[in-house]
Ligand binder design. Structure first.
Ligand code: AHR
Length: 508
């Protein structure tokens, strides 16, 4: 009789903290993410709070979004923050040349973004303009946001109706500087990152974590050049300076950029290709992490994956510049596979931001442009099922036995992925069965602590491309999972094919 796959978890050996910030999100002035997604304006028929959609805020609050990155993306390096303050009807217009070449009226600006963050309970991550902005512009923006006294920018903020300074803990120094952020060479950008970071000042006790625009995919040279450009050990207060983190962007698609594959219309082979490309994130974290370790063995500099997720061909009939795509069970498993990788690299990966929150790329929520109806995507449910990992201590999961696998893109794709964490009183296990057709029997060998109870949920659907629509909003939604049974070693789990499950343990 074949021995079932066994996952050994030492519940009494907590590892590094999984920062809640790896569950961060990203909202760009792109398509219907800000306009129509978050922002409808105060006069809209859609229920709103000061112009921000009530249903979107309510849905996202269940995810406990820890931080929100804004205003881009590529848009950030075209954005001049002073255009987005003051009376809305007087704000200048601009062209959003990256995304649909549409005219942006700047009605959603700094105050609206900070209001959104407060409604969501999320910390703001402002992405500053290096590509077409100036050092002075960036310096004045953070002064405007965070200064308490009567400095020129604090006074301007008050004129615009906000007395108290805000807290802005995260600041991006440019975005994709190798591409839309200026087409710079790594050496050139490394010098600029040092310079711009210097002027992102800490006012009124606002501690800022500065994130230099990092590499794409496997561009290790970019990471190495940034890491070489400063001495992470040469700090005044234990923090690396002049910036504290470098970023990494990586998107999952099944074809080349010219034909990235379709969100809902895919073959079983493409199911596996997508999951193999998602698993590649693990390799990227290892490789960029190894470069960072050479310069920063004490891991003072964070790796921030501030853009990740699926990028499919846009839905037929939609604006190609708006990046609107459906989101299926496959996207959910792409998400769970990435989140496992982030959990396993908790010692270096301090933040991550899926792209993007509403109506763009691998969104949490889709809104109907005609009726305004809101739909939670399968990816949303993975984020909701994983809330228990936020700021919990990572637990290693050792797999014993034959892990089902297949060859994809000339490499071995493991068809099961798991990660775990503990808060002390509880533990949360995340289990992904990536096999399109076969269920999986798994023994959970739970050691080191007494388990007094468990509850489990599962996310799956009959079809690989199952997705949610206004007519069928819960086609893919988590349900209580009865496939978990007691076992001499702990528990035995019968994971359905193509499913994601979480098991929450109560510890004595
Ligand atoms: O998320 C969409 C775009 O992808 C971002 O604007 C850019 O940074 C990346 O290329």
């Amino acid at each position: 009789m074949p021995v079932p796959l066994t996952a050994v978890v030492d519940l009494d050996l907590p590892g590094p903290t999984i920062s809640r910030h790896v569950y961060g999100h990203f909202a760009e002035h792109l398509g219907r993410c800000i306009y129509g997604g978050f922002w409808v304006g105060e006069d809209a028929d859609v229920p709103n709070v000061r112009g921000i959609r009530t249903d979107v805020v309510e849905a996202l609050r269940a995810l406990h979004i820890p931080n929100l990155r804004w205003p881009g993306g590529c848009f950030a390096d075209d954005y001049h923050w002073r255009d987005g303050i003051g009376p809305r009807e007087q704000r200048p217009r601009m062209v959003n040349s990256h995304w649909g070449d549409v005219v942006e009226d700047n009605s959603f600006g700094t105050h609206e973004f900070m209001d959104l963050c407060e409604l969501l309970g999320a910390e703001p991550y402002v992405s500053g303009n290096v590509g077409s902005g100036s050092v002075r512009e960036m310096s004045e923006w953070i002064e405007y946001l965070t200064r308490a006294d009567d400095s020129p920018m604090a006074a301007l903020r008050r004129e615009n109706g906000r007395d108290e300074p805000w807290k802005v803990p995260f600041w991006g120094i440019g975005n994709e500087a190798w591409g839309c952020g200026g087409n710079l060479r790594a050496e050139q950008f490394a010098s600029l990152a040092r310079q711009y970071s210097t002027y992102v000042r800490e006012h009124a006790g606002n501690e800022v974590y500065r994130i230099a625009a990092g590499a794409s995919d496997h561009d290790l040279h970019w990471t190495e050049t940034l890491m070489r450009s400063f001495d992470p050990l040469d700090t005044s207060d234990g923090r690396a300076a002049p910036f504290q983190a470098v970023s990494l962007h990586y998107y999952t698609m099944t074809g080349p950029w010219s034909d990235k594959g379709w969100a809902t219309d895919f073959t079983t082979d493409e199911w596996y290709v997508a999951l193999a490309r998602a698993a590649y994130m693990e390799e990227l974290l290892d490789r960029h992490g190894a470069v960072m370790d050479r310069y920063d063995p004490r891991k003072r500099v964070g790796l921030v994956v501030d853009e990740w997720g699926t990028w499919w061909n846009v839905e037929k009939g939609t604006n190609p510049g708006f990046l609107y795509q459906q989101n299926t069970l496959r996207d959910a498993l792409v998400a769970s596979r990435h989140l496992d990788a982030f959990h396993r690299h908790a010692d270096r990966v301090v933040m991550a931001n899926i792209a993007q929150t509403v109506n763009v790329l691998q969104a949490m929520l889709l809104t109907d442009p005609e009726t305004g109806a809101l739909v939670r995507t399968p990816s949303y449910h993975v984020f909701e099922m994983n809330v228990g990992h936020h700021d919990a201590a990572a637990l290693d999961v050792h797999l014993k036995g034959d892990v089902p696998a297949r060859e994809v893109d000339g490499k071995r794709l493991q068809l099961f992925s798991a990660s775990a964490s503990t808060t002390g009183e509880t533990a949360l296990l995340s289990l992904s069965n990536l096999d399109a057709d076969e269920p999986l029997t798994l023994v959970l060998d739970l050691r080191g602590r007494e388990v007094t109870g468990h509850e489990a949920r599962v996310l799956t659907a009959p079809e690989l491309n199952a997705h949610n629509t206004p007519e069928s909003p819960d086609a893919v939604a988590p349900v209580a999972f009865d496939g978990v049974r007691p076992h001499a070693l702990g528990l035995e789990v019968e994971l359905p094919a193509h499913s994601y499950a979480t098991v929450r343990l109560t510890l004595a």
